[in-house]
Design a binder for this molecule. Structure first.
Ligand code: PEP
Ligand code: MN
Length: 337
């Protein structure tokens, strides 16, 4: 349930109401709407009657939240959330582009890519060190060594780094070394991992599971947020459909759905969504036009020899030319780059 306070309700009146609810075992999530304060009530609100609050002269509205996700719900937080990743803001008017290879392969590779994508205007550097591969016989990533390589390359270019975390036992090391923790599609419903990530204060990039509904995806965000970490960025990366021409089917309408249902920023991964490098630029431009808050794009200095996902990786030159297109489109659709 949410309670919308009247315009100009005093802090004392808000506190009194909060204390009453807290003494009955509810948690309160405070946020500011355009002009009015909003109190989100978390707990078994089925025992509450909205009428009970309407007799309070400081209360404007009391509404039940129909969706099962609460903290991720736009009703709880009417304004768009802006997530700060080591100084880089994701959400609001900003359009943020993350680029880098699927996997970290070597220090020179990461240095070359980092320098080039930085010059083209990327705001963060991606690269997997721990890879969730479908086959146990495929390259599994360089692990801890890879983590140190992407970190060194990111530090040299002043780019925050994004890399995937696959298990909770790596959290302490990631907290020290990684700016944005990626939860991959295959782990979107690893609830043990999500809960542990919720106990940190690090920003989390939560990819949509390949067969997850928008509601299931937002419930996974809720798992993280319910433990106290509200720094969640969603990532649409394509879903499985009957179509086999593309690796997945990019669900651009999910951006609109998420924007309506939630206050969390949402970015798009056109690389895993299509599996084809030649489609990436068109889908990236479409994502910007559809209202996404940014992109994460696989970019490689030598895609043909990439150890992972070369077929969907842009060359450094193609990434640069895409960034030029995006900078032209952004102001037309009200975004800053
Ligand atoms: C990746 O970003 O390299 C990756 C494995 O993505 P996803 O989890 O979306 O498949
Ligand atoms: Mn990949």
């Amino acid at each position: 349930m949410i309670i919308v306070m009247k315009k100009g309700a005093s802090q004392e009146a808000v506190r009194e109401l909060e204390e009453n609810l807290q003494s009955r075992g509810f948690q309160i999530h405070e946020s500011m709407g355009v002009t009015q304060q909003v109190l989100g009530i978390v707990g078994d609100t089925s025992v509450l009657d909205p009428e009970e609050f309407l007799v309070n002269p400081n209360v404007d509205k009391a509404l039940r939240v129909q969706e099962p996700f609460k903290r991720a719900n736009r009703m709880f937080h009417p304004e768009d959330s802006i997530i700060d990743v080591s100084g880089v803001k994701v959400g609001g008017r900003k359009f943020t582009v993350i680029a880098g290879p699927c996997s970290v392969e070597s220090q020179p590779q990461m240095n070359t890519i980092a320098a080039s994508v930085k010059k083209s205007g990327a705001a963060m550097l991606r690269g997997g060190a721990f890879k969730p591969r479908t086959s146990p016989y495929s390259f599994q990533g360089l692990g801890d060594k890879g983590l140190d390589m992407i970190r060194a390359a990111g530090t040299a270019q002043h780019l925050p780094i994004v890399t995937e975390i696959m298990s909770a036992d790596k959290i302490d090391e990631f907290v020290e070394k990684v700016d944005l923790f990626q939860v991959g599609a295959r782990n979107m419903q690893n609830f043990t991992l999500l809960k542990e990530l919720g106990k940190t204060n690090k920003p989390i990039l939560l990819k949509r599971g390949m067969s997850a509904t928008v509601e299931e995806w937002l419930m996974s965000a809720e798992y993280i947020m319910s433990e106290g970490n509200e720094n969640v960025i969603l990532c649409e990366r394509g879903i499985r459909t009957f179509e086999t021409y593309t690796r997945n089917t990019l669900d651009l309408s999910a951006i609109c759905a998420v924007k309506r249902l939630s206050h969390l920023p949402v970015i798009v991964d056109p690389s895993h969504a299509t599996g084809k490098a030649w489609m990436v630029a068109a889908m990236a431009r479409a994502a910007l036009a559809a209202g996404a808050d940014g992109l994460i794009i696989e970019t490689h200095n030598d895609p043909r020899h990439a150890l992972c996902d070369g077929a969907q990786s842009l060359t450094l030159e193609d990434f640069d030319s895409l960034m030029k297109d995006l900078r032209r489109i952004a102001p037309v659709v009200g975004r800053e780059m």
